[in-house]
Write a protein that binds this ligand. Sequence first.
Ligand SMILES: Cc1ncc(COP(=O)(O)O)c(C=O)c1O
Length: 409
Amino acid sequence: MSRSPQSSKKLLSQITNLIHHPYQAPDGFGAVQLAIHKASTVIFPNVDSMQQRNWRLGNNYSYGLHGTPTTFTLQERIATLEGGFHCLLAPSGLNAIGLVNLTFLNQGDEVLIPQNAYGPNWDMVKQLLGRFGVTLRSYDPLKPHQLESLIQPNTKLLWLEAAGSVTMEFPDLSALIKAARKHNIVTALDNTWGAGVAFNAFDLPDGQSVDVTMQALTKYPSGGGDVLMGSIVTRDEALHKRIKTTQQLMGINVAANDAELVLRSLPTLTVRYAAQDLSAQQLATWLTSRPEIAQVLHPALPSSQGYAAWLATCVTGKAAGLFSIIFKPEYTTEQVNAFCDQLSLFKLGYSWGGPMSLVMPYLLPSLRSVEQGGVPAHLVNGGLVRFSIGFEDVSDLRADLLQALGVLA
Ligand SMILES: Cc1ncc(COP(=O)(O)O)c(C=O)c1O
């Protein structure tokens, strides 16, 4: 039985009517974009219904933290995008990484992280989970045949990333997953680069499938450079439930307005990805001919490490609009920094996937500590600069790069 509606408008004071107004908008409204449902409190029609809803199932409405039509819709769309069946949201990509780590790592367990992984994952395990007895080691993602020799009885989680952060090596994901599978290790892919567009992580060459993907929706799915969000996708319901329990116990979800921004951007994801990919490939190829540059690191360039794996995995030839260059060692750090400062269309800023082209210089030794394998032999020891390509006209971007290279003369 429903509780009686506020039918008697006359009996309520003007001020109460501002809160409990009986007007209901008519059904039948249709629009391109979805309504935004914002809630901390969710209203139940009666006690029975309230008691029947189990917030732990995550498929009904009990409290804003546990989901609204807006967050449920975004979850479904991200799961479909990545080729999975279940999705959870988190307030940043890094937080999504944290949820995976917290779910699958217990005291005494070890996690293997690729040498070229997004650095804050390494720091999180080392500095935070280390306090709770979790250990970590790095592995060379380009040597899958070595992975099994690293696996110990307490190795419980294998992180993967394709392409690797900043240095852009593309690993043979299937070979790495196969090795982990033999030892019942959960595999988790940071799928931010592929964004569910470049390849399907649940349907990889050789019949392999990753267990869990996380993505910084902050990058391509948001596409605006103005939202922070993360997602975690699985096919396996049992794994999903385990991560969901961690998410619920930690009180983690995302705000409706942020979810709506990502929902609004999703329909254009594939065209945005393709446009930025095209411009990036053109600029990367052009930069290979520049005398100042020793290496251009882009997975779709045959000279890049893991090119064969990229070809086999990204069968439609797609890549993110992201690449790095390494200047010849004769150029000092100050000269490389001056090059970055001289750029005008490329703005100095972290992140990628937004409308504006970005640049960021990195010191290779600080990216790869000794524990992370040190600076690998395939990289020239020079100043590294990463570019995220936006939507500017590619000829304007090329002209900007050209004039900035002038400071090195
Ligand atoms: C590969 C990768 N994964 C995860 C993240 C974390 O995303 P967020 O900035 O949303 O925490 C980033 C951010 O730069 C990233 O580059």
